[in-house]
Design a protein around this ligand. Structure first.
Ligand code: CP3
Length: 360
């Protein structure tokens, strides 16, 4: 019983301002279609909702990358849309089309009818998934939960599907803002409840995905995305102040400085910003994650290694979690994912010499 029962997962140490060389590593969408074991399982269980809501399947899928690559973080297999049916918004994920919400939420009457999320009732499988993941990985990795942030969830609910222009939700924002604010407020309160529930079930870190908030102009980001990120973060911090929260936005360069105002502990950086610039703009009190273009994994192993070293060097030796700048893409070669993880784990001081020391 010496030590191991109380050892802190390496990834959590990065959230506590410790000097870590090399940095901890995991990948967004590390479970999924680029893995053959996942595709085989998907052939047997074609419904995404079944794969993510049947605890045995979701646990198995979450553990596939863990068994293959031993990342420092194990994220539960789920989707940002998973809590929506519990609020009265059913969805399906259709092969080659993506999420479908029918009917989409577009009227004040529909918004009024939405119910506050009661996770114990509508998401009992999440408890089993997170508890089992904790006992499977022990102190060898941190278990990550995640949620969609209100703007991005509202984008799916209002558009009804993945969108290129976001014209339906932006029309609502610009011509009927009160309806949208009412929807965003309801989603924010339910999502805060859901984050607290994930933490109570065993999540040690929770990532907020506001993937499509980078589609907003800076002034609209400040009106429709940031206040609702803050509402979620504030409510969670009131009851769970010690659980680190990460915020990810795709295409965030234009609104990047405002991400720090959300109140999260770590900002997940996409590849539209140089990591050194990200560090300067965020200041010393916020950690960083990500930054490597997922398409780098289509390059040669030497190229992958150079890009990893560049990001690690620029991020400095504290408060950095190595990750991609967005989720792994479906056709990524598995051997390159393996190479990324192995390289990350085998980096020693000599590779990292002259790395700037941050947050001193
Ligand atoms: O990181 C992990 O390993 C956990 C898995 C995960 C999924 N969805 C599984 C999934 C995570 C973190 C998500 C979050 C998610 N879902 C986001 C935020 C992250 C991001 O990419 O910005 C968003 C925007 C969604 C909504 C959504 N769900 C999309 C756009 C899609 C892809 C549609 C498609 O077919 O390309 C989904 C479906 C989905 N969620 C898949 C996976 C593995 C693919 C469907 C499948 O495997 O059959």
């Amino acid at each position: 019983m010496i030590g191991s029962a109380t050892k802190i997962p390496y990834l959590l140490r990065a959230t506590r301002n410790e000097i870590l060389e090399p940095p901890p590593v995991w990948m967004m969408r590390q479970a999924g279609r680029y893995m053959k074991v996942y595709r085989d399982l998907r052939d047997k269980y074609p419904s995404f909702r079944e794969r993510s809501e049947n605890p045995q399947l979701a646990i198995e899928i979450s553990l596939q990358p863990w068994r293959a690559f031993k990342p420092d973080g194990v994220i539960m297999f789920s989707d940002i849309l998973t809590p929506l049916p519990g609020m009265g918004i059913p969805f399906e994920i259709v092969e080659s089309k993506g999420p479908v919400i029918d009917p989409p939420i577009r009227t004040s009457q529909q918004v009024e009818q939405l119910q506050p999320l009661e996770p114990e009732e509508s998401l009992p499988f999440i408890r089993q998934i997170l508890q089992t993941l904790r006992s499977e990985v022990g102190d060898q990795a941190a278990v990550l939960g995640f949620v969609g942030s209100p703007w991005t969830l509202a984008a799916y609910a209002v558009e009804g599907k993945t969108s290129k222009s976001y014209s339906v939700i932006k029309s609502m924002a610009f011509s009927q803002p009160l309806i949208l604010h009412q929807l965003l407020g309801k989603i924010a309160d339910s999502i805060a409840t859901y984050v607290r529930y994930q933490i109570d079930c065993g999540a040690q870190v929770v990532q907020l995905f506001d993937s499509w908030a980078g589609q907003l102009s800076p002034q609209d980001y400040r009106t429709f995305a940031l206040p609702y990120q803050q509402r979620v973060v504030q409510q969670v911090k009131e009851t769970h102040p010690d659980t680190p929260l990460i915020l990810y936005i795709s295409g965030s360069a234009g609104i990047f400085d405002m991400m720090a105002e959300s109140g999260v502990d770590i900002v997940s950086v996409d590849w539209t910003i140089d990591m050194a610039d990200a560090r300067r703009r965020l200041g010393p009190d916020i950690g960083v994650q990500g930054n490597i273009d997922p398409c780098v994994l289509f390059g040669s192993q030497e190229f992958i290694r150079q890009r990893m070293l560049d990001t690690i060097h620029k991020a400095g030796n504290r408060g950095h979690i190595l990750n991609l700048g967005h989720g792994l893409l479906p056709n990524t070669p598995e051997e390159n994912v393996r190479y990324f993880f192995e390289t990350a784990k085998n980096l020693t001081r000599s590779h990292l010499v002259n790395r700037p020391s941050t947050r001193l």
